[in-house]
Write a protein that binds this ligand. Structure first.
Ligand code: GLA
Length: 452
C-alpha cells in the first residue's frame, strides 16, 4: 500500500467520506513536505506530528489554531466564514506579501525597484448582503466588527486592522469604481505581520480585488494597485511609495517584479534557477519608525527641490557630485544613497538577465552598506545579521528589506544554505541581542488573484 493509500484509509477511519479522505491525505502529504523543508524535520517526524494533530482535532482535544498547518488556507477561510456568518463566501481571493529585493527608498523618488511576491498570502472571502450592513471578521481577532451603514470612519484600538479594507472602500470612488454596499467579509493569513513582508499591502490588494470581483468590476491591474496605495496613503496615513502594492499586484512565481515608479510601469524579470530566499525578522522596531520614514521622504523631496528637479530619479551621479558642497550634509547623504541605489537596481536587472547571482549578491550587500552609511536607516541588529550572512558560505548577498529602522533582513542563497546554517546565525544573534530572530524560508509566488 502506498503512503497516500494508507493516509486515505486512516482519514476514512477517522470519519471522513472517501472523497474527503483522499483530498485530506494529499494535503497531509503536501504539508509534511513543507514541514520537512521549513523546519528541518524528518518526513517521519513531520507525519507523526500532523497525524497527532488530526487525531486530537477529531477528538476535540486540539484547539482549532493548532490544526492550522494541516488545512490549506481555502478550507480555513471557509471555516472562519461559516463560524462567523453561518454561510460560505461567494468570492475568495488572495494577495501575497513581498520582499523588497533591491531599490531602497527609490520608489517615492521616481526610481526603479525590484521586489519579489512570496508564497505567503492574505486571503479574503466576501458574500454580499442586501441590508447595507458591512461586517468584518479576521482569524486573529475572532469577533465580528459591524458597520450598520455605508459611512466610513477610521477605527482605533484593537480592531484597527479594519482600516485596511475600510481605506480600500473609501478609495474606490476616486477611480470611478463602486464600493459594495453591504457584505460579510472574512480575512486570514499565513503571512506574518510586522515581519517586513508588507502584510498591509497584501490585505489592501486582497480586499480591493474581493470588492471588485463581488461587484463584477474588472479594471486594469494597475488600478487595483493604485486603489491599495491610495488606501495606505490617504486612509491609513502612511506616505509610502508604490513598491509594496505593485509587487503584491504584479507578482509572478519564479520572477521578480520590476517597477519603474515614474510611470509607473510594471514588468517582471525571471529569477535565475537556484536562488533561494531567507528572511530574518528581528522584531525590532524603532519607536519613531513612522516619523523617521516621513522624515527621510521629506529630506529626499528637499534634495530634489534644491537640485532643481522634480524627483531624485532625474539627478545623475555626476550632477550630484558637482553639487556636493552646495547641499546641507544630511540632504547630500540621502540623495547619494538614492541616486546610487537607482544605478544599483539597473545593474541588478542586467546581472539577473545574465544569470549572474554572484554579481546580484554583491549589489545587495552594496545596497545595505549604502542604507547604513548614507541613508542611515539600518540598525545594529540588521547590520549584524547582514555581516554574519555575507560571511556564510552559500549566501550570495543580504540586505535590510523594506523601510528600515528595524524590521527584517533578507538573504539570497544557493540551495546549499540550509536550516542548520540559518539557525547558527540566529543563535549568534540571540547571544548578542538577547532574543532570536524569526527565520523564514520563502520562495516567489503569484500576485493577487481570485481563487473562487
Ligand atoms: C516601505 C514602503 C515602500 C518603500 C520602502 C523603502 O516598505 O512601504 O513604499 O518606500 O519602505 O524602499
Amino acid at each position: 500500500m502506498t503512503e497516500l493509500e494508507q493516509l486515505t484509509r486512516l482519514c476514512q477511519n477517522l470519519g471522513s467520506d472517501p472523497a474527503q479522505a483522499a483530498v485530506m491525505a494529499g494535503q497531509l502529504q503536501k504539508r509534511a513536505g513543507q514541514l520537512v523543508a521549513e523546519r528541518g524535520l524528518t518526513r517521519e517526524a513531520a507525519m507523526k506530528y500532523l497525524l497527532e494533530l488530526v487525531v486530537k482535532g477529531r477528538h476535540g482535544e486540539a484547539p482549532p489554531e493548532s490544526l492550522a498547518p494541516v488545512f490549506p488556507m481555502r478550507e480555513q477561510l471557509i471555516a472562519l466564514f461559516q463560524s462567523a456568518y453561518g454561510r460560505a463566501p461567494d468570492v475568495m481571493v488572495r494577495a501575497p506579501g513581498r520582499i523588497e529585493f533591491i531599490g531602497n527608498h527609490t520608489d517615492y523618488n521616481g526610481g526603479p525597484v525590484l521586489g519579489a511576491s512570496i508564497d505567503r498570502q492574505v486571503w479574503v472571502g466576501l458574500a454580499r448582503r442586501t441590508d447595507g450592513r458591512r461586517q468584518f471578521v479576521s482569524d486573529t481577532r475572532g469577533e465580528v466588527v459591524a458597520f450598520p451603514s455605508a459611512e466610513i470612519k477610521k477605527v482605533s484600538g484593537a480592531q484597527r486592522w479594519v482600516n485596511y479594507p475600510l481605506g480600500v472602500l473609501a478609495a474606490l470612488p476616486a477611480f470611478g469604481l463602486r464600493a459594495p454596499e453591504g457584505f460579510d467579509y472574512g480575512v486570514m493569513s499565513d503571512l506574518p505581520s510586522g515581519a517586513g513582508l508588507s502584510s498591509s499591502a497584501a490585505i489592501e490588494l486582497a480586499s480591493g480585488l474581493a470588492f471588485l470581483e463581488a461587484t463584477d468590476q474588472h479594471p486594469p491591474r494597475q488600478t487595483l494597485v493604485e486603489v491599495g496605495l491610495r488606501a495606505e496613503n490617504e486612509f491609513v496615513g502612511v506616505p509610502c511609495g508604490i513598491l509594496d502594492q505593485g509587487v503584491s499586484g504584479f507578482g509572478k512565481k519564479g520572477h521578480l517584479v520590476f517597477i519603474d515608479c515614474q510611470g509607473p510601469h510594471f514588468s517582471t524579470v525571471p529569477l535565475p534557477a537556484g536562488a533561494h530566499f531567507w528572511i530574518f525578522n528581528t522584531h525590532t522596531k524603532h519607536a519613531l519608525v513612522d516619523g523617521l520614514y516621513a522624515a527621510r521622504h521629506q529630506e529626499c523631496m528637499d534634495a530634489a527641490r534644491t537640485l532643481g528637479v522634480k524627483a531624485l530619479v532625474d539627478v545623475t551621479p555626476a550632477a550630484l557630485a558637482a553639487a556636493e558642497g552646495k547641499l546641507p550634509v544630511t540632504i547630500f547623504k540621502r540623495a547619494k544613497h538614492v541616486v546610487e541605489e537607482i544605478a544599483r537596481v539597473q545593474a541588478c536587472v542586467a546581472a539577473l538577465q545574465a544569470g549572474d547571482l554572484a554579481a546580484v549578491g554583491k549589489l545587495l550587500v552594496a545596497s545595505h552598506h549604502s542604507s547604513r552609511t548614507w541613508f542611515e536607516n539600518s540598525t545594529a541588529e540588521l547590520d549584524f545579521l547582514v555581516e554574519q550572512l555575507t560571511d556564510a558560505p552559500a549566501v550570495y548577498g543580504a540586505r535590510l528589506t523594506g523601510g528600515g529602522f528595524g524590521g527584517a533582513v533578507m538573504a539570497l542563497t544557493s540551495e546549499k544554505f540550509g536550516r542548520a546554517q540559518a539557525e547558527a546565525i540566529a543563535s549568534a544573534y540571540a547571544k548578542k541581542f538577547g532574543t532570536a530572530p524569526d527565520v523564514l524560508r520563502t520562495q516567489t509566488g503569484d500576485g493577487a488573484m481570485r481563487v473562487a
